[in-house]
Design a protein around this ligand. Structure first.
Ligand SMILES: NC(=O)c1ccc[n+]([C@@H]2O[C@H](COP(=O)([O-])OP(=O)(O)OC[C@H]3O[C@@H](n4cnc5c(N)ncnc54)[C@H](OP(=O)(O)O)[C@@H]3O)[C@@H](O)[C@H]2O)c1
Length: 351
C-alpha cells in the first residue's frame, strides 16, 4: 500500500465551506501491487481542475441538477483530472498513456472502474501546448467560452461586450477570443492586478475593478452607448447593472452566478431590479451548460483554432497552480474568493 492523499468532501457547507468540517485532506491509500479493476485501469494523477461548479455539487443528495450531488465522505469530484496509466485491463489504454478522467475524484492515485473507460480520453501532448491547457482552453473551460460566445452571443466585429470574472478561467478565454474577432471588450475584475492583466497582457480594450468603482458608474463610463453582449459569470448586482445598460436586441450569455454560490441559509439573495429591460429592450437572455449539444457542436472548430492560437502564442493560457494535495483546500477556496489569475488547477505530482 502507498499513501494516496485525496481532497475529501466531508459535509454539506452552509455558506462558505469550512476547512476541517466540510473539506479535508486525507490518506485513502492505494494498492500499487494490486490488479486494475476488471475492464478498467489505474493511474497516477498529476493535475486536477478546480471549477466553481464543484461548490454547486456540495448539496443535499436529494436535490437534482444537471450533475449529481457529491457524496460526503468521498473525494471531491473534479471536472477533469490528468494522469498517467499505471496498469490496464482495457485495450483502450496501455501503461504510460496520458489520460483525462472526466468527472473524477481529486486523489493522487486512482483505480478507475470499467464504467469510466468510455468517457476517458487519451491526450497526445504537443510540445508547444502545455499539458494543463487540456484543463483550460482545450478542456471544459475553453469549450464553455468558445461555444457559448459564438452560439448565444453571435458576436459581430465592433460589438461592445462586457465580460465578468474577466481574469478567471472562462473570462480570460472569452475576452481574448472577442478581442481577436474585433469586438470592443470590457472586463470586470475584483482587483487592480487583474485589471492590469486583462488590459495589458490579454488585450482587453478596457476594464474596471468592481470592488473599488461603483459598477453602474463604470459601465456607463466605459460603454456610454450601451452593451451589445453581456457574458455573465457572476449574477447579482453586475447582472442588474448590465440589464440596465443593454442596447435594444442585446444578448446576455448566462454562464454562471458565482456571486451567489456561497450564500448560506441566512443570506438574502440579491434582488434583480432591472428585469423589465428584458422585455422593453427585447433582449435575448440564454443560459446553457457546456455539455449541451448546441455548445458542443463548436468543439471541432474550438480544438483547431485554440490549439493553433496557443501554439503561435496569440492566445494566452494562464494557469493558477496550487502546488500539492496538502494545499487542496486553500486552492479551492482561493478560487471562490477570487485569488486566482487564470485557470485554477491543483498540481498533485510532477508529470
Ligand atoms: N454554464 C457552464 O457550463 C459553465 C461552465 C464553466 C464555468 N461556468 C461558470 O463560469 C463562471 C466562471 O468560472 P471559472 O471556472 O472561469 O472561474 P474563475 O473565473 O476562474 O474563478 C472564479 C472567479 O469569480 C470571481 N468572483 C468570486 N466571487 C465573486 C463575486 N461575489 N462577485 C463577482 N465575482 C466573483 C473571482 O474573480 P474576481 O476577483 O474578479 O472577483 C474569481 O476569480 C462561474 O460562474 C462558473 O460557474 C459555467
Amino acid at each position: 500500500m502507498v499513501q494516496n492523499k485525496a481532497f475529501i468532501y466531508k459535509s454539506i457547507p452552509d455558506g462558505w465551506p469550512v476547512p476541517g468540517k466540510d473539506l479535508a485532506v486525507e490518506d485513502i491509500t492505494f494498492d500499487e501491487d494490486g490488479e486494475p479493476p476488471k475492464g478498467g485501469f489505474t493511474t497516477k494523477n498529476f493535475y486536477a481542475a478546480y471549477d466553481p461548479s464543484q461548490r454547486g455539487r456540495m448539496r443535499d443528495l436529494s436535490i437534482k441538477s444537471y450533475s449529481p450531488a457529491m457524496q460526503p465522505g468521498k473525494p471531491v469530484v473534479s471536472v477533469s483530472v490528468i494522469g498517467e496509466v499505471l496498469k490496464s485491463d482495457t485495450p483502450k489504454f496501455k501503461p504510460g498513456d496520458t489520460v483525462i478522467l472526466w468527472s473524477h475524484y481529486t486523489e493522487s492515485y486512482s483505480a478507475v472502474d470499467e464504467s469510466e473507460v468510455e468517457r476517458t480520453q487519451i491526450i497526445h501532448p504537443k510540445t508547444v501546448v502545455p499539458l494543463t491547457a487540456y484543463l483550460g482552453p482545450l478542456g471544459m473551460t475553453g469549450m464553455t467560452a468558445y461555444g457559448s460566445l459564438h452560439e448565444i452571443g453571435q458576436p459581430k466585429k465592433g460589438d461592445m461586450i462586457l465580460v465578468s470574472a474577466a481574469a478567471g478561467a472562462v473570462g480570460q478565454m472569452v475576452g481574448q477570443i472577442a478581442v481577436r474577432e474585433g469586438l470592443h471588450v470590457i472586463g470586470s475584475v475584483g482587483d487592480d492586478k487583474k485589471l492590469d492583466f486583462i488590459t495589458k497582457e490579454l488585450g482587453f480594450t478596457s476594464g474596471f475593478n468592481y470592488k473599488t468603482e461603483k459598477m453602474s458608474d463604470a459601465v456607463k463610463r466605459l460603454a456610454p452607448d450601451g452593451l451589445d453582449i453581456y457574458f455573465d459569470n457572476v449574477g447579482g448586482e453586475l447582472l442588474d447593472v448590465a440589464l440596465a445598460n443593454m442596447k435594444d436586441f442585446g444578448k446576455i450569455i448566462a454562464c454562471g452566478a458565482i456571486s451567489t454560490y456561497n450564500n448560506g441559509s441566512n443570506t438574502t439573495p440579491y434582488g434583480i431590479k432591472n428585469y423589465g429591460s428584458v422585455v422593453r429592450k427585447r433582449l435575448r437572455y440564454q443560459g446553457f451548460i457546456v455539455l449541451d449539444p448546441n455548445i458542443r457542436q463548436w468543439q471541432e472548430e474550438r480544438d483547431a483554432n485554440v490549439s493553433k492560437w496557443i501554439a503561435d502564442g496569440s492566445l494566452k493560457s494562464i494557469d493558477h497552480i496550487t502546488d500539492g494535495m496538502d494545499n487542496a483546500i486553500d486552492g479551492f477556496l482561493g478560487m471562490l474568493k477570487g485569488e486566482n489569475l487564470g485557470k485554477s488547477i491543483l498540481k498533485i505530482a510532477d508529470p
